[in-house]
Design a protein around this ligand. Sequence first.
Ligand code: ZN
Ligand code: ZN
Length: 247
Amino acid sequence: MLKPFQADLHIHTCLSPCSELDMNPREIVDRARERGLDIIAITDHNSAENVEATRRAAQGTRITVWGGMEITSSEEVHILALFEGQDALRRMQDMVYDSLPARENDEKTYGHQVIVNEFKEVLGFNTRLLIAATGLNARRILDEIALLGGISVASHIDRQAFSVLSQLGFIPEDLRFDALELSPNVSKAEAEAKFASLKRFPWVSFSDAHHITDIGRKATTLLIKEPTLDEMRQALMDSGGRNVFWE
Ligand SMILES: [Zn+2]
Ligand SMILES: [Zn+2]
Protein backbone atom coordinates (compact mmCIF):
# COMPACT_ATOMS: atom_id res chain seq x y z
CA MET A 1 0.00 0.00 0.00
CA LEU A 2 1.24 3.47 -0.85
CA LYS A 3 1.80 5.91 2.01
CA PRO A 4 2.98 9.53 2.16
CA PHE A 5 6.49 10.00 3.54
CA GLN A 6 7.73 13.52 4.33
CA ALA A 7 11.27 13.80 2.99
CA ASP A 8 13.89 16.50 3.54
CA LEU A 9 16.83 15.20 1.54
CA HIS A 10 19.18 18.18 1.60
CA ILE A 11 20.58 18.76 5.10
CA HIS A 12 24.10 19.89 5.99
CA THR A 13 25.83 19.03 9.28
CA CYS A 14 28.64 20.75 11.18
CA LEU A 15 31.00 19.04 8.72
CA SER A 16 30.02 21.61 6.11
CA PRO A 17 32.26 24.64 6.60
CA CYS A 18 29.27 26.99 6.50
CA SER A 19 27.22 25.13 9.15
CA GLU A 20 27.10 25.58 12.91
CA LEU A 21 28.08 23.05 15.58
CA ASP A 22 24.41 22.64 16.57
CA MET A 23 24.01 20.81 13.27
CA ASN A 24 25.07 17.57 14.92
CA PRO A 25 23.37 14.20 14.33
CA ARG A 26 21.44 14.14 17.61
CA GLU A 27 19.93 17.59 17.23
CA ILE A 28 19.24 17.07 13.54
CA VAL A 29 17.27 13.89 14.28
CA ASP A 30 15.41 15.55 17.17
CA ARG A 31 14.43 18.48 14.98
CA ALA A 32 13.40 16.19 12.12
CA ARG A 33 11.08 14.34 14.51
CA GLU A 34 9.59 17.59 15.78
CA ARG A 35 8.95 18.64 12.21
CA GLY A 36 7.15 15.38 11.39
CA LEU A 37 9.70 14.25 8.82
CA ASP A 38 9.99 10.56 7.90
CA ILE A 39 13.12 10.53 5.73
CA ILE A 40 16.15 12.80 5.87
CA ALA A 41 19.37 12.79 3.88
CA ILE A 42 22.69 14.14 5.11
CA THR A 43 24.33 15.99 2.24
CA ASP A 44 27.50 17.78 3.29
CA HIS A 45 29.75 19.50 0.79
CA ASN A 46 32.02 16.90 -0.84
CA SER A 47 32.02 14.62 2.22
CA ALA A 48 29.85 12.00 3.92
CA GLU A 49 31.73 11.58 7.20
CA ASN A 50 28.78 12.47 9.47
CA VAL A 51 26.29 10.14 7.79
CA GLU A 52 26.91 7.05 9.90
CA ALA A 53 26.63 8.99 13.17
CA THR A 54 23.28 10.37 12.00
CA ARG A 55 22.05 6.88 11.18
CA ARG A 56 23.01 5.78 14.69
CA ALA A 57 21.33 8.84 16.21
CA ALA A 58 18.12 7.88 14.39
CA GLN A 59 18.10 4.25 15.54
CA GLY A 60 14.88 3.46 17.37
CA THR A 61 13.11 6.52 15.94
CA ARG A 62 10.70 6.76 13.01
CA ILE A 63 13.31 8.63 10.96
CA THR A 64 15.01 6.93 8.03
CA VAL A 65 18.43 8.40 7.21
CA TRP A 66 19.85 8.22 3.70
CA GLY A 67 23.47 8.98 3.01
CA GLY A 68 24.56 11.55 0.55
CA MET A 69 26.80 14.39 -0.43
CA GLU A 70 26.42 17.69 -2.20
CA ILE A 71 29.20 17.37 -4.73
CA THR A 72 30.68 20.43 -6.43
CA SER A 73 31.52 19.68 -10.07
CA SER A 74 34.45 21.23 -11.91
CA GLU A 75 31.92 23.68 -13.44
CA GLU A 76 30.90 24.64 -9.87
CA VAL A 77 27.51 22.97 -10.19
CA HIS A 78 26.15 21.57 -6.92
CA ILE A 79 24.80 18.04 -7.32
CA LEU A 80 23.06 16.01 -4.61
CA ALA A 81 24.11 12.37 -4.65
CA LEU A 82 21.81 10.14 -2.59
CA PHE A 83 22.66 6.56 -1.62
CA GLU A 84 21.09 3.96 0.60
CA GLY A 85 24.06 1.74 1.44
CA GLN A 86 27.29 2.88 3.01
CA ASP A 87 29.54 1.05 0.50
CA ALA A 88 28.39 2.99 -2.55
CA LEU A 89 28.58 6.23 -0.61
CA ARG A 90 32.11 5.49 0.54
CA ARG A 91 33.19 4.75 -3.03
CA MET A 92 31.70 8.03 -4.19
CA GLN A 93 33.43 9.85 -1.35
CA ASP A 94 36.80 8.28 -2.24
CA MET A 95 36.41 9.51 -5.79
CA VAL A 96 35.46 13.00 -4.62
CA TYR A 97 38.37 13.17 -2.15
CA ASP A 98 40.81 12.08 -4.87
CA SER A 99 39.63 14.91 -7.08
CA LEU A 100 39.68 17.75 -4.54
CA PRO A 101 42.56 20.25 -4.68
CA ALA A 102 45.50 19.32 -2.47
CA ARG A 103 45.11 22.48 -0.37
CA GLU A 104 43.86 22.33 3.24
CA ASN A 105 40.77 24.04 4.59
CA ASP A 106 41.38 27.57 5.85
CA GLU A 107 39.33 27.50 9.05
CA LYS A 108 39.58 31.25 9.59
CA THR A 109 37.97 31.94 6.24
CA TYR A 110 35.61 29.01 5.78
CA GLY A 111 34.97 27.70 9.29
CA HIS A 112 35.54 24.35 10.98
CA GLN A 113 34.65 21.02 9.39
CA VAL A 114 33.68 18.96 12.40
CA ILE A 115 33.33 15.18 12.48
CA VAL A 116 31.10 14.12 15.37
CA ASN A 117 29.46 11.04 16.84
CA GLU A 118 25.83 10.52 17.78
CA PHE A 119 26.48 11.79 21.32
CA LYS A 120 27.43 15.33 20.23
CA GLU A 121 31.11 14.55 20.83
CA VAL A 122 33.75 15.94 18.50
CA LEU A 123 35.80 13.14 16.94
CA GLY A 124 38.00 15.32 14.77
CA PHE A 125 38.23 17.81 11.97
CA ASN A 126 38.26 17.21 8.25
CA THR A 127 41.21 19.20 6.91
CA ARG A 128 40.40 18.94 3.20
CA LEU A 129 39.22 22.00 1.32
CA LEU A 130 35.63 20.73 1.13
CA ILE A 131 34.28 24.06 -0.10
CA ALA A 132 36.31 23.73 -3.32
CA ALA A 133 35.18 22.41 -6.67
CA THR A 134 36.21 18.84 -7.44
CA GLY A 135 38.02 18.02 -10.67
CA LEU A 136 35.02 15.93 -11.79
CA ASN A 137 32.69 17.41 -14.37
CA ALA A 138 28.93 17.13 -13.95
CA ARG A 139 28.60 14.42 -16.57
CA ARG A 140 31.21 12.27 -14.83
CA ILE A 141 29.53 12.74 -11.45
CA LEU A 142 26.12 11.75 -12.81
CA ASP A 143 27.59 8.67 -14.51
CA GLU A 144 29.25 7.60 -11.29
CA ILE A 145 26.11 8.13 -9.16
CA ALA A 146 24.10 6.03 -11.63
CA LEU A 147 26.77 3.31 -11.69
CA LEU A 148 26.71 3.09 -7.90
CA GLY A 149 22.90 2.88 -7.79
CA GLY A 150 22.31 6.34 -6.37
CA ILE A 151 19.94 9.16 -7.22
CA SER A 152 21.23 12.45 -8.63
CA VAL A 153 19.51 15.77 -8.04
CA ALA A 154 20.55 19.13 -9.49
CA SER A 155 20.69 21.40 -6.42
CA HIS A 156 18.67 24.63 -6.13
CA ILE A 157 18.35 25.23 -9.88
CA ASP A 158 16.78 28.66 -9.28
CA ARG A 159 19.84 30.03 -7.47
CA GLN A 160 22.17 32.56 -9.07
CA ALA A 161 25.27 30.64 -7.99
CA PHE A 162 26.39 27.00 -7.91
CA SER A 163 23.36 25.76 -9.85
CA VAL A 164 23.35 23.99 -13.19
CA LEU A 165 21.53 26.95 -14.76
CA SER A 166 23.78 29.64 -13.25
CA GLN A 167 26.92 27.75 -14.31
CA LEU A 168 25.96 26.26 -17.68
CA GLY A 169 22.98 28.42 -18.70
CA PHE A 170 20.88 25.38 -19.57
CA ILE A 171 20.73 21.63 -18.91
CA PRO A 172 22.54 19.79 -21.71
CA GLU A 173 20.75 16.70 -23.06
CA ASP A 174 23.43 14.39 -21.73
CA LEU A 175 22.99 15.53 -18.12
CA ARG A 176 20.26 13.14 -17.07
CA PHE A 177 19.54 14.23 -13.52
CA ASP A 178 17.03 12.01 -11.74
CA ALA A 179 15.39 15.19 -10.41
CA LEU A 180 15.81 18.95 -10.13
CA GLU A 181 15.64 20.71 -6.77
CA LEU A 182 13.93 24.06 -6.22
CA SER A 183 14.96 26.24 -3.28
CA PRO A 184 12.69 26.34 -0.22
CA ASN A 185 11.47 29.88 -0.91
CA VAL A 186 10.20 29.00 -4.40
CA SER A 187 6.59 27.82 -4.69
CA LYS A 188 5.51 25.19 -7.18
CA ALA A 189 3.44 27.80 -9.02
CA GLU A 190 6.44 30.14 -9.32
CA ALA A 191 8.63 27.27 -10.51
CA GLU A 192 6.08 26.27 -13.14
CA ALA A 193 5.95 29.81 -14.49
CA LYS A 194 9.72 30.18 -14.59
CA PHE A 195 11.03 26.76 -15.54
CA ALA A 196 8.33 25.41 -17.88
CA SER A 197 10.99 24.21 -20.32
CA LEU A 198 12.38 21.84 -17.69
CA LYS A 199 9.18 19.84 -17.18
CA ARG A 200 10.90 16.79 -18.65
CA PHE A 201 12.50 16.32 -15.23
CA PRO A 202 10.74 15.51 -11.95
CA TRP A 203 11.00 18.35 -9.45
CA VAL A 204 11.60 18.20 -5.71
CA SER A 205 12.15 20.80 -3.01
CA PHE A 206 14.09 20.47 0.23
CA SER A 207 15.35 22.74 3.02
CA ASP A 208 19.10 22.94 2.17
CA ALA A 209 19.38 23.38 5.94
CA HIS A 210 22.61 24.87 7.32
CA HIS A 211 20.97 25.83 10.63
CA ILE A 212 18.88 23.69 12.95
CA THR A 213 15.78 25.85 12.52
CA ASP A 214 15.94 25.35 8.74
CA ILE A 215 15.32 21.61 8.92
CA GLY A 216 11.97 20.73 7.41
CA ARG A 217 11.20 24.33 6.37
CA LYS A 218 10.56 22.65 3.02
CA ALA A 219 9.93 18.98 2.34
CA THR A 220 8.74 16.84 -0.51
CA THR A 221 6.06 14.20 0.01
CA LEU A 222 6.95 10.83 -1.46
CA LEU A 223 3.93 8.62 -2.07
CA ILE A 224 5.65 5.25 -1.86
CA LYS A 225 5.38 1.80 -0.25
CA GLU A 226 8.40 2.01 2.04
CA PRO A 227 11.26 4.43 2.63
CA THR A 228 13.78 3.03 0.16
CA LEU A 229 15.75 4.72 -2.58
CA ASP A 230 14.28 2.31 -5.11
CA GLU A 231 10.76 3.38 -4.12
CA MET A 232 11.80 7.03 -4.51
CA ARG A 233 13.23 6.30 -7.93
CA GLN A 234 9.91 4.75 -8.97
CA ALA A 235 8.05 7.73 -7.52
CA LEU A 236 10.18 10.09 -9.62
CA MET A 237 9.10 8.07 -12.66
CA ASP A 238 5.40 8.05 -11.65
CA SER A 239 5.49 4.27 -11.55
CA GLY A 240 2.58 2.23 -10.17
CA GLY A 241 0.75 5.20 -8.68
CA ARG A 242 3.83 6.42 -6.79
CA ASN A 243 4.36 10.12 -6.89
CA VAL A 244 6.28 13.09 -5.49
CA PHE A 245 4.64 16.37 -4.60
CA TRP A 246 5.32 19.68 -2.83
CA GLU A 247 3.78 23.11 -2.81
ZN1 ZN B 1 24.32 23.98 -2.81
ZN1 ZN C 1 23.36 22.54 0.22
